[in-house]
Design a protein around this ligand. Structure first.
Ligand code: DGL
Length: 264
């Protein structure tokens, strides 16, 4: 699995809970994060190098645990490499299919500037949002906070207050966190929307897709516990071997455990 940084850990975390998979390699391209503010060509080049690297380390399948890199590179990666490549996209379709309370038919997709600018999202909306019920908002600041290891506090709250101030939050029945970094901020985000507003992300769908392709068993919901498969982390090509650096990744899993418990 790879991402520009720590966001894809939220996909890895879902995979650890949902699948009986023996081993993961996780690549955080922190030297080049954030991808969301780069152009598609650059992101495609990074994604290609990372995929090649992970294959050299023995990967049997690649999960692009990043909506931005998927929009920019999935097509090219599938053409270039002969192994399953699983991408991600904002969960617009399930969000639109939810039963929406009367007068609150809208869906808000939160993503990076590049995901919003790319044609992939435009095509997705053309296909599934015939009634134009979706609004798009870029929240690149959350990626910066996550990469600095800041997940809560006054800075995050002030950023969200400002970024969301221009929109009528009461008209949303569903919010789609369309960037894997945003899942770390779910409790902070939820506070800004009506209590019954549903947050729909694509992580579980991506993991189910991986299971299908790799013939892995998906655990029952009640068995989902943070199991401890073997995980090797890489930061922009360098294997993480120091214990204190590993602890940084472990702490992210712990944060996601807490968030998952709040959602249950
Ligand atoms: N985690 C990423 C995503 O899902 C990209 C964040 C970034 O590097 O801008 O879109």
């Amino acid at each position: 699995m790879f991402d520009s940084g720590v966001g894809g850990i939220s996909v890895l975390h879902s995979a650890c809970r949902m699948l009986d998979a023996p081993e993961y390699l996780y690549y955080a391209d922190e030297a080049h994060a954030p991808y969301g503010k780069r152009d598609a060509k650059e992101v495609r080049a990074y994604a290609t190098d990372i995929t090649r690297f992970l294959i050299e380390q023995g990967a049997d399948a690649i999960v692009i645990a990043c909506n931005t890199a998927t929009s920019a590179a999935v097509r090219q990666l599938r053409e270039m490499f002969d192994l399953p490549i699983i991408g991600m996209e904002p969960a617009v379709k399930p969000a639109l299919l939810l039963a929406h309370p009367k007068g609150r038919e809208r869906v808000l997709v939160l993503a990076t500037p590049l995901t919003i600018a790319e044609e992939k999202l435009e095509r997705l909306l053309l296909r599934f949002d015939k009634d134009h019920r979706t609004d798009l908002l870029a929240l690149p600041g959350l990626v910066d906070f996550a990469e600095k290891g800041i997940f809560e506090g006054d800075g995050v709250d002030a950023y969200l207050e400002e970024a969301l101030s221009g929109i009528d939050r009461d008209c949303y029945a569903a919010v789609v966190p369309g960037c894997t970094h945003f899942l770390f901020f779910l409790p902070q985000l939820q506070r800004h929307f009506p209590e019954d507003c549903v947050f729909v992300d694509g992580n579980a769908g991506t993991v189910r897709h991986l299971a299908e392709v790799m013939h892995l068993r998906v655990r029952e919901e009640k068995e989902a516990q943070a199991a401890k498969p073997k995980i090797t982390y890489y930061v922009s090509g360098r294997e993480v071997t120091k214990e204190e650096e590993r602890q940084r990744f472990d702490a992210l899993h712990a944060r996601l455990d807490t968030i998952a418990a709040l959602r249950e």
